[in-house]
Design a binder for this molecule. Sequence first.
Ligand SMILES: Cc1cc2nc3c(=O)[nH]c(=O)nc-3n(C[C@H](O)[C@H](O)[C@H](O)COP(=O)(O)O)c2cc1C
Length: 177
Amino acid sequence: MSAKTYPEGEYLLTRGRYSCRTYTDEVPSAELIRKVLDGAHYAPSACNRQPWRMMLIGPDDASARKAVIDSYSRPWIAAAPYFVIVCAVDDEAWVRPADGKNHADVDVSILAEHLCLEATVNGLGTCWVCNFDPAVLAAGINFPAGVRPVVIVPVGFPAGEAPAKTRKALDDILLHP
Ligand SMILES: Cc1cc2nc3c(=O)[nH]c(=O)nc-3n(C[C@H](O)[C@H](O)[C@H](O)COP(=O)(O)O)c2cc1C
Protein backbone atom coordinates (compact mmCIF):
# COMPACT_ATOMS: atom_id res chain seq x y z
CA MET A 1 0.00 0.00 0.00
CA SER A 2 1.35 3.45 -0.84
CA ALA A 3 1.87 5.96 1.94
CA LYS A 4 -0.34 8.43 0.07
CA THR A 5 -3.44 6.31 0.76
CA TYR A 6 -3.17 6.87 4.51
CA PRO A 7 -5.26 9.64 6.05
CA GLU A 8 -3.48 12.96 6.54
CA GLY A 9 -1.54 13.06 9.79
CA GLU A 10 -1.95 9.42 10.71
CA TYR A 11 1.82 8.88 10.70
CA LEU A 12 2.65 12.10 12.52
CA LEU A 13 4.81 10.36 15.10
CA THR A 14 7.26 8.61 12.82
CA ARG A 15 6.86 10.52 9.57
CA GLY A 16 6.35 13.96 11.08
CA ARG A 17 9.73 13.91 12.84
CA TYR A 18 12.66 14.92 10.68
CA SER A 19 16.16 16.27 11.15
CA CYS A 20 15.50 19.98 11.58
CA ARG A 21 18.52 22.15 10.80
CA THR A 22 16.82 25.56 10.58
CA TYR A 23 15.05 27.27 13.48
CA THR A 24 13.00 30.44 13.93
CA ASP A 25 14.02 33.18 16.36
CA GLU A 26 11.10 32.33 18.65
CA VAL A 27 12.22 30.84 21.93
CA PRO A 28 10.01 28.03 23.24
CA SER A 29 8.74 28.59 26.78
CA ALA A 30 10.49 26.86 29.66
CA GLU A 31 7.16 25.11 30.34
CA LEU A 32 7.03 23.64 26.84
CA ILE A 33 10.62 22.42 27.04
CA ARG A 34 9.90 20.87 30.44
CA LYS A 35 6.81 19.14 29.01
CA VAL A 36 8.92 17.62 26.22
CA LEU A 37 11.63 16.46 28.62
CA ASP A 38 8.99 14.99 30.90
CA GLY A 39 7.39 13.08 28.04
CA ALA A 40 10.77 11.79 26.88
CA HIS A 41 11.69 10.32 30.21
CA TYR A 42 8.89 7.76 29.98
CA ALA A 43 11.11 5.96 27.47
CA PRO A 44 11.66 2.27 28.12
CA SER A 45 15.05 0.95 29.22
CA ALA A 46 16.50 -2.48 29.84
CA CYS A 47 15.37 -3.70 33.27
CA ASN A 48 14.04 -0.14 33.74
CA ARG A 49 17.52 0.94 34.84
CA GLN A 50 17.15 4.38 33.20
CA PRO A 51 20.94 4.79 32.89
CA TRP A 52 20.68 8.32 31.52
CA ARG A 53 20.87 12.03 32.21
CA MET A 54 19.73 15.01 30.13
CA MET A 55 21.80 18.21 30.24
CA LEU A 56 19.48 21.10 29.36
CA ILE A 57 21.20 24.15 27.85
CA GLY A 58 19.03 27.21 27.32
CA PRO A 59 19.41 30.51 25.48
CA ASP A 60 21.10 32.20 28.46
CA ASP A 61 23.65 29.46 29.14
CA ALA A 62 26.34 31.27 27.16
CA SER A 63 29.41 29.23 27.99
CA ALA A 64 27.66 25.87 27.60
CA ARG A 65 26.17 27.03 24.28
CA LYS A 66 29.65 27.97 23.11
CA ALA A 67 30.95 24.52 24.06
CA VAL A 68 28.21 22.85 22.00
CA ILE A 69 28.81 25.10 19.00
CA ASP A 70 32.60 24.67 19.22
CA SER A 71 32.25 20.89 19.45
CA TYR A 72 30.33 20.61 16.18
CA SER A 73 31.65 21.93 12.88
CA ARG A 74 28.31 22.82 11.25
CA PRO A 75 27.22 26.45 11.89
CA TRP A 76 23.49 25.72 11.62
CA ILE A 77 23.41 24.35 15.15
CA ALA A 78 23.93 27.85 16.62
CA ALA A 79 20.39 28.85 15.60
CA ALA A 80 18.74 26.41 18.02
CA PRO A 81 17.59 28.10 21.23
CA TYR A 82 17.91 24.94 23.33
CA PHE A 83 20.22 21.95 23.36
CA VAL A 84 19.60 18.74 25.22
CA ILE A 85 22.71 16.63 25.65
CA VAL A 86 21.50 13.09 26.22
CA CYS A 87 24.06 11.22 28.29
CA ALA A 88 24.75 7.65 29.38
CA VAL A 89 25.70 6.41 32.82
CA ASP A 90 27.34 3.12 31.92
CA ASP A 91 27.58 1.92 35.50
CA GLU A 92 23.78 2.12 35.90
CA ALA A 93 22.94 0.15 32.77
CA TRP A 94 21.76 -3.42 32.43
CA VAL A 95 24.44 -5.83 31.22
CA ARG A 96 23.31 -8.92 29.34
CA PRO A 97 24.59 -11.96 31.25
CA ALA A 98 24.96 -14.11 28.15
CA ASP A 99 27.69 -11.98 26.57
CA GLY A 100 28.36 -8.98 28.83
CA LYS A 101 26.85 -6.41 26.44
CA ASN A 102 26.22 -3.11 28.24
CA HIS A 103 22.89 -1.61 27.11
CA ALA A 104 23.51 2.05 28.05
CA ASP A 105 23.78 3.24 24.45
CA VAL A 106 20.63 1.34 23.49
CA ASP A 107 18.67 2.91 26.35
CA VAL A 108 20.03 6.40 25.75
CA SER A 109 19.17 6.17 22.06
CA ILE A 110 15.57 5.33 22.92
CA LEU A 111 15.42 8.28 25.32
CA ALA A 112 16.83 10.60 22.67
CA GLU A 113 14.32 9.47 20.08
CA HIS A 114 11.46 9.77 22.57
CA LEU A 115 12.65 13.33 23.09
CA CYS A 116 12.55 13.96 19.34
CA LEU A 117 9.09 12.43 18.96
CA GLU A 118 7.65 14.28 21.97
CA ALA A 119 9.10 17.50 20.56
CA THR A 120 7.50 16.78 17.19
CA VAL A 121 4.00 16.36 18.57
CA ASN A 122 4.48 19.63 20.47
CA GLY A 123 5.38 21.55 17.31
CA LEU A 124 9.13 21.63 17.90
CA GLY A 125 12.01 20.62 15.65
CA THR A 126 15.02 18.53 16.65
CA CYS A 127 18.01 16.81 15.11
CA TRP A 128 20.23 14.00 16.33
CA VAL A 129 23.82 15.23 16.43
CA CYS A 130 26.52 12.66 17.19
CA ASN A 131 29.26 14.12 15.00
CA PHE A 132 30.56 16.33 17.79
CA ASP A 133 34.02 16.29 19.37
CA PRO A 134 33.55 14.82 22.87
CA ALA A 135 36.81 16.35 24.13
CA VAL A 136 35.82 19.86 23.03
CA LEU A 137 32.38 19.42 24.57
CA ALA A 138 33.81 18.16 27.86
CA ALA A 139 36.32 21.02 27.96
CA GLY A 140 33.48 23.55 28.07
CA ILE A 141 30.80 21.71 30.06
CA ASN A 142 31.28 20.11 33.44
CA PHE A 143 29.65 16.69 33.21
CA PRO A 144 29.45 14.77 36.49
CA ALA A 145 31.78 11.81 36.86
CA GLY A 146 30.50 8.75 35.00
CA VAL A 147 28.14 10.80 32.79
CA ARG A 148 29.04 10.32 29.12
CA PRO A 149 27.51 12.55 26.40
CA VAL A 150 26.04 10.46 23.58
CA VAL A 151 23.94 12.78 21.45
CA ILE A 152 23.32 16.51 21.25
CA VAL A 153 19.69 17.33 20.41
CA PRO A 154 19.08 20.94 19.33
CA VAL A 155 15.49 21.99 20.02
CA GLY A 156 13.50 24.93 18.67
CA PHE A 157 10.62 25.95 16.46
CA PRO A 158 11.30 24.72 12.92
CA ALA A 159 11.80 27.18 10.08
CA GLY A 160 11.08 26.09 6.55
CA GLU A 161 9.61 22.90 5.23
CA ALA A 162 10.44 19.34 6.14
CA PRO A 163 12.49 17.70 3.38
CA ALA A 164 11.12 14.62 1.64
CA LYS A 165 11.93 11.37 3.41
CA THR A 166 14.39 9.05 1.71
CA ARG A 167 14.19 5.51 2.97
CA LYS A 168 14.97 2.06 1.64
CA ALA A 169 11.86 0.20 0.55
CA LEU A 170 10.29 -1.71 3.40
CA ASP A 171 10.60 -4.97 1.49
CA ASP A 172 14.34 -4.38 1.06
CA ILE A 173 14.90 -4.40 4.82
CA LEU A 174 12.30 -6.98 5.81
CA LEU A 175 13.85 -10.35 6.59
CA HIS A 176 12.00 -13.62 6.70
CA PRO A 177 13.13 -16.74 8.52
C1 LIG B 1 22.87 8.20 15.53
C2 LIG B 1 22.61 9.39 14.64
C3 LIG B 1 23.56 10.37 14.51
C4 LIG B 1 23.32 11.50 13.73
N1 LIG B 1 24.23 12.52 13.70
C5 LIG B 1 23.98 13.62 12.97
C6 LIG B 1 24.90 14.71 12.98
O1 LIG B 1 25.91 14.71 13.64
N2 LIG B 1 24.56 15.81 12.23
C7 LIG B 1 23.42 15.89 11.49
O2 LIG B 1 23.18 16.92 10.85
N3 LIG B 1 22.52 14.86 11.47
C8 LIG B 1 22.78 13.73 12.18
N4 LIG B 1 21.87 12.70 12.21
C9 LIG B 1 20.63 12.83 11.42
C10 LIG B 1 20.58 11.89 10.21
O3 LIG B 1 21.40 12.41 9.18
C11 LIG B 1 19.11 11.76 9.76
O4 LIG B 1 18.36 11.17 10.79
C12 LIG B 1 18.94 10.92 8.49
O5 LIG B 1 19.59 11.53 7.40
C13 LIG B 1 17.46 10.74 8.15
O6 LIG B 1 16.80 11.97 7.98
P1 LIG B 1 15.54 12.39 8.88
O7 LIG B 1 15.98 12.38 10.31
O8 LIG B 1 15.17 13.76 8.42
O9 LIG B 1 14.44 11.40 8.66
C14 LIG B 1 22.10 11.60 13.00
C15 LIG B 1 21.13 10.60 13.14
C16 LIG B 1 21.37 9.53 13.98
C17 LIG B 1 20.27 8.50 14.17
